[in-house]
Design a protein around this ligand. Structure first.
Ligand code: AN0
Ligand code: CP
Length: 315
């Protein structure tokens, strides 16, 4: 594998999931593969899990890590060609990506959607800018439209916790006071489309995700109906896609409660974290035995490690 910018870069999701599960038993097995190599993690946005788990993954592969907070500490970058750079942008991605490539063997980037400029968000200007000009492999640590490391960790978690071959998995929208990106939901949908499952997406009207991503996945506007007999409830807020970046609804009727969980087949509760308690989900649900959010966060290490392994094998 050259880059990991979307789930499509994996030639087999199932094989990667199985390999990650095997790796968990012996995380240092491939420590020689990354010896003498460096990964550079560039953060244009906040992070807890991605920042730490990717460093642990790199360490397990024998690599060195450099982390930089681009948002507050880096020069403001220009991404467009031919611009007269006499405003607030100090450096072009063309130089930045080439310079970073001289210092490391893999570059990983977190750059969220602006949620104000749909065209630029869909062009993935930061991720693709680096991909275009970097001479080293690029890893997506959540871009404008996808979070494939999270989706791979979620696939590992579902495989570990499912008790039937074809579980019912529900992706449910839940309220949040701020406009959040579509990236986590998009990659979760793409990952589910590669699985044997009864997959349902539920959200209020107006919150349809990009139809090019949801394709023919089932959408159910009645949340309680969607929850019936579910084996997994995966919760995430996102802002409107149609009414790009807008928050249309913040009241608590779509919050995940124990009464709603009672409609399911004793479903596991999933969320990528960070989560706002008693806004997205009530305390009793996230604190219940059925909550597997810690397993998901733990699997972020192994999803990153499989990705690094695939890239290092190709270097
Ligand atoms: C981000 C999002 O919704 O994309 C990151 C999730 C992993 N969440 C927040 O900004 C709260
Ligand atoms: N789930 C996830 O990516 O968390 P962070 O934003 O804390 O990295």
């Amino acid at each position: 594998m050259k880059h990991y910018t979307s789930l499509k870069d994996l030639n087999s999701l199932q094989q990667s999931v199985q390999e990650a599960i095997d790796l968990k038993k012996e995380p240092l097995k491939y420590k020689n593969l990354g010896e003498g190599k460096t990964i550079c993690l560039l953060f244009f946005n906040n992070s807890l899990r991605t920042r730490l788990s990717t460093q642990i993954a790199a360490q397990n592969m024998g690599m060195h890590t450099i982390v930089m907070n681009f948002g507050s500490e880096g020069w403001q970058l220009e991404y467009e060609d031919g611009v007269i750079m006499n405003q607030n942008k100090s450096e072009h991605v063309k130089e930045a990506a080439k310079v970073v490539s001289q210092y490391c063997d893999i570059v990983a980037i977190r750059a969220f959607a602006s949620l104000t400029d749909q065209e630029k968000d869909e062009a993935e200007i930061v991720l693709n800018g680096f991909k275009k000009y970097a001479s080293v492999p690029v890893v997506n640590m959540e871009s404008s439209i996808g979070h494939p490391l999270q989706a791979l960790a979620d696939a590992i978690t579902i495989k570990e916790y499912k008790t039937v071959n074809k579980p019912k998995v529900v992706l449910s929208w839940a309220p949040h006071p701020k406009a959040l990106p579509h990236a986590v939901a998009n990659s979760f949908v793409e990952m589910m489309q590669l699985q044997e499952a009864d997959f349902v997406i539920t959200h209020p009207e107006g919150y349809e995700l990009n139809p090019d991503i949801t394709k023919n996945s089932r959408i159910e506007y009645n949340q309680e109906k969607a929850f019936e007999n579910a084996d997994f409830i995966y919760v995430k807020n996102w802002s409107s896609y149609k009414d790009y970046g807008q928050v249309l609804k913040t009241d608590s009727d779509w919050m995940i409660t124990s009464n709603k969980m009672k409609l399911t087949n004793n479903a596991k509760f999933m969320h990528c974290l960070p989560v706002r308690r008693n806004v997205i989900v009530t305390d009793d649900v996230i604190d219940s035995e059925n909550s597997i959010v810690m397993a998901q966060a733990n699997n972020r290490t192994y999803s990153a490690q499989i990705v690094l392994k695939r890239i290092l094998e190709n270097c």
